[in-house]
Design a binder for this molecule. Structure first.
Ligand SMILES: [Zn+2]
Length: 594
């Protein structure tokens, strides 16, 4: 590159997230102006640029209210004030970085000083407008309060307030990060802020309005600027790449606008960086590397491993991600996103969002995953992401979250699929996030067949499949009994019966159940059932071997519990958890299913 002729001009490169006033490093080597673009990610993306290069965040800074993205509530109020000539003399713009605070302030300064007159639509062509756009208009005074906090600085400033504007109609003081001012500075400012000379407007900008004294706040017209939505940023970036003729892969803009996290300046800086990284193109794989994003393929293989209960593969994928220094929180984010898309496709067949590509891959995954699994995995993914900070380290958090998906996965009807293990013991804290008992219960059910039903809400139904010969237990099913009378019926064994009298035995400890009214209800129910009057007699029996409905149910619960414990202990995933992660089984968390 040939050395630019003439004096070395200032290169206006605003590094990402650098505060105003921070200059980019200019290394005037032979013939090349080298601008080190400071980034959060890496310093390897130095841009070797000619003098004319202007970073996108500056080049694309909106110059009129029309071009402003979002913040309509602010621009509309200012437009009305300007057009009706009822403009307040002090404004406070509060909002996070990169949402347009100083941009709006500059537009306002231009509206006030355009040579064609005060209006909400400055011409943009007169020398005042041009100078204002370039930030070198003498009557627009930008002060970075972060670096000029002292009261002396403030006194100097306030002294200059009284001089009339040099070129324009108004002197516009833009005090950025105003919350950084010292208390004496705020006090010095108070009087002038309340009653400035008619040719002065103040615009205070802050990211932290809580730190501003209420005396200042009450003298300003306050606007809260909103974080920009990813769509708003995306639309703007899209216009930009089209205008700049940047070759763009689908998805990239969406990824960038999400990474911008509500800040247009961040979005533009990231775009700049991505274009430099991709050699003038916007390529998804570059973006993934740059942002530490997770390869789509990783997420796809993760979902495939989940669908086939393959814990081993899941751990290998995590290993791979860690070795590539990927951001593990993003893994869960992307996983949740893909699961969301899978669910969309499952619920609305043929669903397509033109903003995104690779729908055929999503359809493929959707076929692998039952709807309820997708829902459950999504839930666990977002929960796991929120709790990632609580994990000993991100890798552990990710591994536990993925294994939890397997642990809590409802067993499928597919007989080829191995029975799903019980809740991971170490994850006991998350009991609320998924139905704890279901997987174990299902696997038990499969083995114990229909005869096993734990936690019987309806005792009668639970004895449907009672061993043959338990006539009374079967009969009990159809008797119209409730309350204590039913309890009595469940706890007696039929000893002998004749046409008009049935003799039962009951354990002495349960004798209290056989009150006169209950016995009478029982005999009535039996009479109704057999079609003629039957009297009932209940006798004590010391034998502990009574085959009552209650005892049979209890036995079944016990059996199913044993089955559940066995199923859990034998499960390969649980074994792997124990061996590889030192997990311990919380015995009393095991429950057979309904
Ligand atoms: Zn103008």
């Amino acid at each position: 590159m040939v050395a630019p002729a003439g004096p070395p001009a200032t290169i206006n490169c605003e590094p990402r997230q650098a505060r105003k006033g921070a200059a980019a490093t200019v290394d005037s080597g032979a013939g090349v102006w080298r601008v080190g673009v400071a980034t959060n990610h890496s310093s390897e993306f130095d841009i070797v640029c000619a003098m004319s290069y202007q970073v996108l965040a500056r080049k694309w800074r909106p110059k009129t209210f029309d071009q402003l993205v979002g913040q309509e509530h602010v621009s509309q109020a200012l437009i009305n004030g300007l057009d009706q000539d009822r403009l307040h003399h002090a404004f406070l713009f509060a909002g996070t970085r990169g949402v347009g605070k100083t941009t709006i302030a500059r537009i306002l300064a231009k509206c006030l000083n355009c040579e064609t007159g005060v209006s909400s639509t400055p011409c943009g062509e007169c020398s005042s407008c041009v100078d204002l756009d370039d930030g070198r208009f003498v009557d627009m005074i930008e002060i970075d309060a972060a670096s000029r906090t002292g009261v002396d600085d403030m006194r100097d400033l306030l002294e200059s307030v009284h001089y009339t504007p040099t070129r324009g109609r108004y002197k516009v003081y833009i005090i950025d990060e105003v919350h950084m001012l010292s208390t004496p500075s705020f006090n010095a400012l108070l009087k002038t802020l309340e009653e400035p000379p008619p040719h002065v407007k103040f615009v205070l900008a802050t990211t932290d309005p809580q730190k501003i004294p209420v005396t200042i706040l009450s003298r300003c017209l306050r606007f809260n600027l909103r974080r920009l939505l990813p769509d708003q940023i995306g639309d703007y970036l899209k216009t930009l790449v089209v205008t700049e003729g940047v070759e763009t892969e689908p998805e990239t803009i969406r990824v960038l606008s999400r990474a911008a996290d509500g800040s247009m300046r961040d979005g533009l800086s990231l775009l700049d960086q991505a274009i430099a990284f991709g050699g003038g193109k916007l390529v998804m794989s570059d973006l993934e590397k740059m942002l530490g994003l997770v390869d789509h393929l990783h997420v796809v293989s993760m979902i495939k491993a989940l669908s086939s209960n393959d814990a081993q593969s899941l751990l290998e994928i995590v290993e791979d991600l860690v070795s590539q220094s990927r951001d593990l929180e993003t893994v869960l984010l992307n996983l949740a996103e893909v699961l969301h898309r899978i669910t969309l496709v499952q619920c609305v067949p043929g669903y397509r969002d033109p903003e995104r590509s690779d729908w055929s891959a999503i359809e493929e995954l959707a076929a692998l995953l039952p709807v309820e699994d997708a829902q459950l995995f999504y839930q666990i993914a977002i929960k796991g992401r929120a709790e990632l900070g609580l994990a000993p380290d991100p890798r552990t958090g990710l591994e536990m979250t993925l294994l939890r998906m397997l642990a809590f996965r409802p067993a499928t009807a597919d007989p080829a699929a191995p029975a799903v293990p019980p809740p991971a013991p170490a994850a006991a804290k998350t009991q609320t996030s998924a139905p704890l008992a279901r997987p174990a219960a299902k696997s038990v059910k499969a083995q114990a067949t229909d005869t096993v039903k734990a936690q019987p809400p309806e005792p009668a139904r639970s004895v449907e499949a009672a061993p043959a010969g338990s006539d009374w237990v079967s009969l009990l099913n159809v008797l119209k009994l409730s309350g204590q009378a039913r309890e009595l019926a469940r706890n007696v064994q039929l000893k002998a019966r004749s046409d008009d009298r049935w003799d039962f035995v009951i354990a002495p400890s349960l004798r209290y159940l056989s009150s006169e009214s209950c016995v009478s209800s029982l005999s009535q129910a039996i009479s109704d059932q057999v079609g003629h009057p039957v009297s009932v007699r209940i006798m004590d029996n010391d034998s502990s071997e009574l085959r009552t409905a209650a005892a049979l149910e209890k036995q079944k619960v016990h059996d199913s519990m044993s089955e559940a414990e066995k199923a859990i202990n034998d499960d390969p995933t649980v074994k792997a958890l124990k061996e590889q992660m030192g997990a311990q089984l919380v015995e009393d968390s095991i429950q057979p299913l309904q």
